[in-house]
Design a protein around this ligand. Structure first.
Ligand code: F6R
Ligand code: MG
Ligand code: MG
Length: 371
């Protein structure tokens, strides 16, 4: 029997602006998922938060896109929204774009990373969650994990995945996808995913010749919902999540985490309109304060055992990430000094807040041709 892991998240209200999910909401989610575990709908769960995003990690036997599982997540967010509104939390209900559930939470606001797979003898899994950024923020680390031999030694010295991986890449503007092979098409892959606000790695699969893993079961998945497209207007950040399986014929946990040792620049900081470094943090530091950030990432490690979760280990709590954090804070300082200038501020077509049309309208009679 296969196991499905579903990580479904939404920002449905937070304390002190967009900083932190209130304990009352975490308690409601905990209660709802506990009930669902008791009735047998889900096998196991963990509730946590990264900044203002409420995260529901669930294991079950029902496969991806299951209406009952999605409804459970939807109802949990709905109930928590009721409380958030009562408490007048900030942005109460902002990621729930509709009151009525219609079979799947995708397109309704929440972000979803789900994968169904056959459990190996031992199944290490890492759940990643980011705040104040967009799904494309995962492109660089996921590429490094599964395609960069300078990150992942196993690509060179482990015979079981020496032939590489297959990347499923989505064009999130045109709603199209393409499967690409690494390393054969590495330069073409990079040509796409370097443009991270359009091309996003959705899944990674083993190659056909993988010695132990079925080729149709993903080994990594990223949430790719783009809230502002879903809603037709800006209503919050996408704040993506991802699931990555590790070890025994896959990159080791340490190779997966190594990809986060470089605090690369991502977009989505302050008003969804600025670039800043991604800061790998422990759960206790997953609160966005400085200039509403900087953007953060949490990594929780589990063993999945007969669809039960053993863990988490708060992986970025390790002192080994101190240097990355120092570097990220130095970059934070450097980027902030640019104030309203690009490349700290996003190019105008990517900003989620802008006054430019009004400014141009005001100046339209004063602009004159230059000879
Ligand atoms: C929200 C976020 C914040 C807000 C900012 C302005 O996730 O990233 O930076 O965009 O705090 O919020 P409003 O317009 O709600 O005052
Ligand atoms: Mg918020
Ligand atoms: Mg958020």
């Amino acid at each position: 029997m296969k196991t499905t892991v579903s990580l479904i998240k939404a920002d449905i209200g937070s304390v002190a602006g967009h900083s932190l999910v209130a304990k009352e909401l975490l308690d409601i989610a905990e209660e709802k998922l506990k009930e669902a575990k008791e009735t047998g709908l889900i096998e196991d769960f963990r509730v946590f938060n990264v900044g203002d995003d409420l995260q529901l990690l669930m294991t079950h036997r029902k496969g991806e896109d299951n209406p009952e599982i999605h409804e459970l997540a939807f109802n949990t967010f709905k109930e928590a929204t009721k409380k958030a509104k009562e408490m007048k939390l900030y942005g109460a209900g902002q990621d729930l774009l509709s009151d009525a559930f219609s079979g799947n939470v995708k397109g309704m606001g929440p972000g979803v990373a789900e994968m169904e797979f056959t459990e190996r003898k031992a199944e290490p899994l890492i759940a990643f969650a980011m705040d104040k950024t967009e799904p494309g923020a995962f492109n660089l680390p996921i590429f490094k994990i599964f395609a960069d031999p300078f990150n992942t030694a196993g690509l060179i010295i482990d015979p079981s995945f020496h032939s590489g991986f297959i990347f499923e890449i989505w064009d999130i503007m045109e709603h199209k996808r393409v499967l690409m092979r690494s390393p054969e098409e590495m330069y073409d892959i990079l040509a796409l995913i370097g443009s991270k606000s359009t091309y996003v790695i959705k899944r990674v699969y083993p190659k056909e010749d993988h010695k132990t893993l079925p080729k149709d079961e993903p080994v990594a998945v990223v949430s790719t919902e783009k809230l502002y497209q879903v809603a037709g207007k800006y209503v919050g950040k996408d704040d993506p999540v991802a699931l990555v399986r590790a070890q025994s014929g896959l990159p080791a946990v340490g190779e997966v985490l190594e990809a986060f040792s470089f605090p690369h620049l991502v977009s989505g900081w302050m008003r969804g309109s600025h670039n800043g470094p991604i800061l790998p943090v422990s759960l206790k530091d997953a609160r966005c304060t400085r200039f509403d950030g900087p953007p953060r990432c949490v990594a929780l490690g589990f063993q999945v055992s007969n669809a039960k979760l053993i863990g988490p280990v708060d992986l970025f709590a390790d002192v080994a990430f101190e240097y990355t954090r120092m570097k990220a804070l130095e970059v934070t300082e450097y980027m902030r000094r640019h104030g309203p200038f690009e490349p700290h501020r996003l190019p105008r077509e990517e900003m989620e807040y802008t006054t430019l049309p009004e400014v141009l309208e005001k100046l339209k009679d004063r602009f004159e041709p230059v000879k």
